[in-house]
Design a protein. Structure first.
Lengths: 795, 187
């Protein structure tokens, strides 16, 4: 969007401005077609005491899904307040949650459909109508091919169309449209650049990822997770009310001194990627000194004798681990003994990106160690909880004879099927290893240029496609490489499909639209529906032309019979969206829980059985959601199982028991640094770097570098440095600090945007995906983020 | 007549600054890092890696201390700064001439210049927004993930804040100056 006064200039304080103040600005002016009418780039809100609507929403600023109420005065969202009914987010909103208004009213929002008129990457688009945009997706323009031509050329091999999607409540619908209805298996998402091996390894070891009962634990080891800065509810809220001598002893392992470390009893500056040696050494002490819960181990830990022999025989002693981890042996002894002596100890599972090649084995070792304490499936431990079941909608998925299986299996031991591996998928296409062509990418709410390691390769990959389509709310870096761009309603402008959140205190939640979609934006489900309507008949004709199975089936059919076949066999792409989200939500809730439940959910945004009876305010800050005896502390009983020796893994070439390997050792060539990255409560990846309120809190990302090392190199605070890896380089400002070791540097992920249409994000800081080498862990093919060494020099 | 104050479980603070953003959105505080009614004080850590002193790293959430003997009120030449209902120190924007004496006088550095009105601004305990509507919490209290703050009437013995202060040890900032702050930090 063009503006008279640059928001950047405003931040430098050089321009005096008139203020758009809360309800004194008119909504029509804000939404005016003439962009200059806006006048000022700041959207300031202030609440008043006029009558306001309070609409329940679920936050969409990160993946956590906190509940809130939007205060809407005269059609303008002026404040987002926490919702006291949702047990998961317990009446709170973090800084991002509060700053959602700035994303909703971001002047850089995608406002209308666009079609590319320039070259890929140069950001030249033409405004079009929705019909014209759908037409371009179907038939292309003089600049790119449409899906119909591609599928005609590929003889209806649906697998030549790829798609990707970021986390969110409307993700399922996109998967239904692209995967089940249009019929391609080639899907990648955030899982393989995030926590895939954490989820997989915990499921394989203790049967689920579980929930850490931080309200009742008395000892926690939190390693490589940073709950003060990467907020997850209710963990963050429960932990820090009880840390620092108030009931929850906290041991933090992190290469850098984080805000979580600042709240700990002890912080160990562990070498990146060596946590596994630490856990194995803890386990050694526990076996060697017979500190584990023998009764539990005998009954529930599968192969614990094998594992005991394995750990003792390999000599995983604290002295051995000290050299690898940088944690003194005596501290490891102390930590192991304290852990097992505690009544409710938790080795926190963590919930973050995959950092090192051994991540799957690290998680297995952590899960087994937790199991050895016996503190599972009970109050104060890792618990399994329950989930309220929502009725599933039947899905009539067609069979395409010409479609083929997905191919991104290179170098992966356990092929995860549905979500695949971003890096393997992309790299195989680039290297020409795909058995059939991949020709289009349909993308939604996903920015692989920032999220997937090796931005250069992602650009090449996107340039190789005949057609790229993006559905999003802001013109991200990736959007610049697309051919058709569809503007989506942001989370405050849409009612989303109801969701069920399990755990100790399960609940069902509904996000309701606070206001109607701004500009020409449409809700995701309306976009899916309209896209399906436009594509369904032409693609069906293409199937009839090439699909021999369908040809056999339909031979000699008359028009009416053919129409019936098309419907009955799921070839009608529009079928999942016959009802609106609102109608479907009501229907599902009434069917499962009755009319009264729907009334409660619709008004409060939250529902669970007996909510009226159970929910109580305890004091101005706290609520009871479930009474103590109704919380799902213990659900497994005798069915609990901890798998220490997972023999079947060996068949796949994966160690059946966690084993340390020489190649896992931390090593950095002299003069270089190991790059570590992370995120923060004050922004979510590249999605919030254009948010004005959050920019006040974190203006840019700095490179953390050890103070003494920086001094030697003449690097001062704010100096621009070049950070260079084998695949690329970035420029970024330096932050010399003692909070990081001498051969490591840290930067926040998500900055360094390259899209000029996002004014605040553009060129601000460095994009870590440009320099993180595209390596994978060998079990699922998930991206490993902390295995890149870099050079740093002042520029 | 109420006498409003705030108790802070400051050890809960994780320096996420949700309070700062909530305050801005609720009260129309301008964007810009230098414009804020509330903040979290952070000290640089002591020690050399890997021996950082955890005790040296503290987060101190703060805002106007709503002093009973407010130096800002004393120095104001136009009576723009005054004690309003509930003992809340307020600035009357119509009277403020931006002489900035109050900013100099405040020992807590709790005031800033609001550039749209070109007057001095500070925390009001949300009295002209939330309290006016009958709400009983401030924006910073309501949104806080770890529930640092408890706002309430110090003169009501049954209020949550009175209850907390009656059984929890607490201190005030720069007590020796005799400003009688009404923000209480609980140990």
């Amino acid at each position: 969007m063009k503006v008279e006064i640059s928001r950047r200039k405003f931040l430098q304080g050089s321009v005096a401005l008139s203020i758009i103040g809360g309800t004194s600005f008119s909504a029509t002016k804000l939404l005016s077609e003439d962009e200059h009418d806006i006048g000022d780039m700041r959207i300031m809100t202030r609440t008043t005491n006029i009558k306001a609507e309070k609409v329940p929403f679920l936050c969409g600023m990160c993946v956590n899904k906190c509940a809130g109420f939007a205060r809407v005065e005269k059609g303008v969202v002026v404040k987002l307040d926490p919702n006291p009914y949702f047990p998961k987010s317990r009446n709170m909103l973090c800084p991002r949650g509060n700053a959602g208004i700035q994303t909703l009213y971001d002047p850089d929002r995608l406002k209308y459909p666009m079609v590319r008129v320039g070259e890929r990457g140069d950001g030249k688009f033409k405004r079009v109508t929705w019909d014209e945009a759908y037409h371009a997706i179907l038939h292309g323009t003089d600049k790119f091919k449409g899906i119909l031509q591609i599928l005609d050329e590929e003889k209806d091999n649906r697998s030549t169309i790829g798609y990707c999607n970021g986390e969110g409540l409307s993700k399922e619908g996109f998967e239904e449209l692209m995967g089940q209805k249009i019929g391609t298996p080639n899907y990648v998402d955030e899982i393989s650049i995030c926590l895939e091996s954490v989820l997989g390894a915990y499921s394989a070891t203790i049967g689920a990822y579980g929930e850490a009962d931080m309200s009742n634990a008395d000892f926690v080891i939190i390693a490589g997770a940073n709950r003060a800065e990467a907020i997850i509810t209710p963990d963050t809220m429960d932990m820090f009310k009880r840390s620092q001598g108030r009931g929850l002893k906290t041991i933090v392992l992190d290469p850098r001194f984080t805000n979580t470390a600042a709240k700990a009893d002890r912080w160990y500056a562990v070498n990146p990627g060596t946590d596994l040696a630490f856990v194995l050494a803890l386990t050694y002490v526990v076996f060697d000194e017979n500190l584990y819960n023998k009764e539990f181990a005998k009954k529930y830990v599968v192969g614990y004798e094998d594992y005991k022999n394995h750990v003792l025989k390999n000599g995983y002693t604290p002295e051995w681990a000290e050299k690898i981890t940088n944690i003194p042996a005596k501290e490891i002894y102390k930590t192991a003994r304290e852990f097992m002596a505690s009544e409710h100890p938790i080795y926190y599972q963590g919930r973050r990106s995959v950092f090192s090649k051994n991540d799957f084995q690290l998680r297995r070792a952590m899960g087994i160690f937790q199991g050895l304490s016996g503190n599972l499936d009970k109050k104060g431990g890792i618990v399994y909880g329950k989930k309220l079941t929502l009725p599933k909608e039947d899905m009539n998925a067609p069979m395409y004879g010409q479609a083929q299986d997905r191919f991104d299996k290179d170098g992966i031991a356990i092929f995860a099927g549905k979500t695949g591996s971003w890096i393997v998928f992309r790299n195989m296409v680039l290297e020409g290893k795909n058995p059939y062509p991949l020709r289009a990418m349909f993308m939604r709410k996903h920015n692989p240029l920032s999220g997937v390691p090796n931005t250069k390769k992602t650009k090449e990959f996107l340039k190789k496609m005949d057609l790229n389509v993006m559905i999003d709310i802001l013109p991200s870096d990736t959007t610049m490489f697309c051919d058709v761009v569809l503007p989506e309603a942001s989370y405050l402008e849409r009612t989303s499909p109801v969701a069920s959140y399990g755990g100790l205190e399960p609940a069902i939640v509904q996000r309701k639209a606070s206001i109607k979609p701004l500009y020409e934006c449409k809700t995701p489900e309306v976009i899916y529906k309209e896209l399906a309507e436009q594509l369904t008949k032409p693609l069906w004709e293409n199937t009839l032309k090439y699909d021999e199975d369908v040809q056999d089936d339909t031979k000699g059919m008359k028009t009416q019979e053919l129409a019936k076949y098309y419907k009955e066999n799921g070839f009608d792409l529009t079928e999942p969206w016959e009802k609106s989200v609102e109608e479907e939500n009501k229907e599902r809730i009434v069917k499962a829980f009755g009319e009264e439940a729907w009334k409660i959910l619709d008004e409060k945004g939250v529902y669970y059985p007996n909510m009226k009876k159970y929910h109580k305010q305890l004091n101005p800050n706290e609520y009871q959601y479930y009474p103590e005896d109704k919380k799902n502390y213990t659900v497994k009983g005798d069915k609990i199982k901890v798998v220490a020796n997972f023999k079947n893994l060996a068949k796949k070439g994966v160690d059946p028991m966690p084993t340390w390997k020489k190649e896992y050792e931390f090593s950095v060539p002299e003069g270089q640094f190991r790059l570590v990255t992370g995120r923060h409560a004050q922004f979510t990846q590249s999605g919030t770097t254009n948010n004005m309120a959050l920019r006040d809190l974190i203006p840019t990302n700095y490179i953390w570098i050890n103070k003494r090392v920086a001094e030697k190199r003449g690097i001062n605070f704010g100096d621009k440095v070049e950070v260079k890896s084998s695949i690329g380089k970035i420029h970024i400002k330096a932050y010399p600090t003692e909070k990081i070791g001498p051969n490591q540097i840290f930067m926040l992920h998500g900055f360094g945007g390259s899209s000029q249409d996002m004014e605040m994000a553009y060129g601000n800081g460095g994009n870590d995906a440009t320099i993180i080498e595209d390596k994978i862990e060998p079990v699922y093919g998930a991206a490993v983020m902390h295995e890149t060494n870099v050079e740093v020099r002042k520029v | 007549m109420a006498r409003y104050g705030m108790a802070l479980d400051y050890k809960n603070c994780i320096n996420c600054k949700a309070c700062e953003v909530a305050c801005k959105e609720e009260n129309g505080v301008q964007l810009g890092a230098d414009k804020h009614r509330i903040w979290v004080g952070v000290k640089d850590v002591e020690g050399l890696w890997p021996n950082i002193s955890i005790a040296s790293s503290t987060f101190e959430p703060s805002q106007c201390q709503q002093c009973e003997n407010a130096p800002c009120q004393e120095v104001c030449p136009t009576q723009a700064t005054h004690y309003a209902k509930g003992g809340i120190v307020m600035v009357d924007a119509d009277k403020c001439i931006l002489c900035s004496y109050c900013m100099e006088a405040c020992p807590y550095d709790a005031r800033y210049v609001k550039e749209d009105t070109m007057t001095v601004d500070k925390c009001t305990f949300c009295s002209d927004t939330r309290l006016l509507r009958g709400e009983t919490t401030t924006a910073c209290q309501a949104t806080c993930p770890t529930k640092v703050r408890t706002f309430g009437d110090l003169d009501d013995p049954n209020s949550e804040i009175s209850q907390l202060l009656s059984h929890r040890q607490h201190f005030t900032l720069k007590t020796h100056l005799g400003t009688k702050p009404k923000l209480f930090y609980m140990i």
